[in-house]
Design a protein around this ligand. Sequence first.
Ligand SMILES: NC(=O)c1ccc[n+]([C@@H]2O[C@H](COP(=O)([O-])OP(=O)(O)OC[C@H]3O[C@@H](n4cnc5c(N)ncnc54)[C@H](OP(=O)(O)O)[C@@H]3O)[C@@H](O)[C@H]2O)c1
Length: 303
Amino acid sequence: MEPEHYFPSPSLLLTRWWTRETVAVVTGGNKGIGFALVKRFAELGVSVVLTARNKQRGEAAVETLREEGVGDYVHFLLLDVSDPLSVSTFASSFKAKFGPTLDILVNNAGVSYNELEENSVEHAESVMKTNFHGPKLLIQALLPLFRRSSFSITRVLNVSSRLGSLNKVRNADIRAVLEREELMEEEIEGVVDMFLRDVREGRWRKEGWPSYWTEYAVSKLALNAYSRVLAKRYSYEGSGLSVNCFCPGFTQTSMTKGKGTHNAEAAAACAATLALLPPHLLPTGKFFSLGRAATFLNATSKL
Ligand SMILES: NC(=O)c1ccc[n+]([C@@H]2O[C@H](COP(=O)([O-])OP(=O)(O)OC[C@H]3O[C@@H](n4cnc5c(N)ncnc54)[C@H](OP(=O)(O)O)[C@@H]3O)[C@@H](O)[C@H]2O)c1
């Protein structure tokens, strides 16, 4: 399916539906795209919970925003998405502080341990825990805290990657499972388990998994598939929940050792626009990707 160009006009932001009461959570908010996104939300007048797995780094990020004059409505909460206990503690802290008022959840935190030209799968378990199981657990823990009302739509934006596109999977059987219209959560877990088994048993190279940044690509493949299942489950009309994925493109952050076609601010500006689309223009179950040099955004009709 050819991607379509999407909302090239920044004037969409003039359709402001949010207020200071609108609450966003951004994971991995202490640096990179996450930090730039927290800043963008704060500049646009959204209240943001900046989360980070390290207290000092998280608090320092909030302090930087205060010094820049945009920190008044930014709060910090500790969250290591790869740790189920941290996820449930975070959900309880959020509930105690804000109640069931979550409007926007951006699952941004992510890891890759490879240099750009490497392809080790040494950290496959940890990458899967952070990039796939983490967002999944967090969404499940926060579902009861989503605001969802007849006036607002809660938005889940999963920061993913084109590397996790189905067309990167060379094994036709795996692709067939993930392409199924009736795909179930358990089947995605099954694919992830199969990959981890192939890694443990040293077979992963010949089993047709994505060939570049393999462990990272499989984690994002699973995240995309889960987003699709979720979007379908809450298929939007009346459910008050929208779930989309966003690939920021090759962005200059620590993950790419500063290489990339654009900076974190450009990627974050696009992510913010997406997360803040007015309700009548907000899709669900879409995969958005930022085009080269961050000049346009593509949307495929299906994840
Ligand atoms: N940069 C790109 O070219 C690119 C392309 C496509 C997709 N992406 C995606 O964009 C997202 C942001 O990446 P980035 O480029 O901004 O990378 P980054 O600068 O390395 O930032 C990653 C963030 O995730 C946090 N993080 C890692 N593991 C975590 C965990 N277990 N719990 C909570 N936070 C954790 C990091 O915290 P610490 O500081 O504590 O490590 C950091 O705040 C990721 O999901 C990445 O996969 C990036």
